[in-house]
Design a binder for this molecule. Structure first.
Ligand SMILES: [Zn+2]
Length: 226
């Protein structure tokens, strides 16, 4: 007489597969222990890997096209590859500057009736102009990066951001003309200004002031309406 098939929940199946895959228990032993047919276990294994593959594929797609990365200044890798990063940064700078200006005006309005302005606030920097003025070569020189290879406008070497352990490392790539860096190890991406800010743990504002000073570039200030 045929034994009725035992019904297994998803968690049971995963537990059994884990015993096989991780603890290396032979399928025949598991079949004896749980009263399942080997074909059933092989079928679960097949489905397990099919699902795993789909999940990884979906995640990679999401990671490259949707997820906003802090390391890339919150633009997607796809945006960077398709050359939209600069435009996104510029638009973001413009919005931030406008918002800052608006806040400043609101504060000013509040204060005016009673007290005069206690101190001059920081000038609004035109970051787009800073990015345009600061060259990748200048920042790499300031950071003392030793190039380990060069191909066209691309220079490879150890990463100054995560601190490559060996000075012969080539995980860090800088595109001198395109003004883009990328580290294949820590995943950081950005332009020369981002590189200086990240390498010195400074905010973009402070990094801009600092870099312009070091490179003798007049700090680009946003024109403020009177
Ligand atoms: Zn790195």
């Amino acid at each position: 007489m045929r034994k009725p098939r035992r019904h297994f929940q998803g968690a049971d199946k995963v537990a059994i597969l884990k015993r096989h895959l991780v603890e290396k228990v032979p399928v025949s032993d598991l079949c004896d222990e749980f009263g399942v047919h080997p074909n059933q276990v092989y079928d679960w294994l097949k489905k397990f890997f099919e699902n795993a593959r789909r999940i990884v594929d979906d995640y990679v797609e999401h990671y490259n096209t949707v997820r906003l990365h802090s390391a890339t200044g919150y633009v997607t890798p796809k945006d960077i590859l398709e050359g939209r990063a600069e435009a996104i940064f510029a638009e973001r700078d413009r919005k931030l500057a406008a918002a800052r200006e608006h806040r400043q005006q609101m504060r000013q309005k509040k204060r005016e009736p009673s007290t005069p302005t206690p101190q001059a606030s920081q000038p609004a920097i035109e970051f787009r102009a800073v990015r345009a003025a600061v060259t990748m070569t200048a920042v790499l020189t300031l950071l003392g990066l030793q190039a380990r290879g060069r191909q066209g406008d691309q220079q490879r070497g150890p990463c100054p951001l995560h601190g490559s352990s060996t000075c012969t490392s080539r995980c860090f790539s800088a595109h001198l003309d395109q003004n883009i860096i990328q580290c294949f190890k820590c995943g950081r991406v950005g332009n020369a200004l981002d590189l200086w800010a990240q390498a010195n743990r400074k905010k973009i504002y402070e990094a801009s002031v600092d870099l312009c000073q070091r490179l003798n570039i007049p700090l680009p200030i946003l024109a403020t309406p009177n």
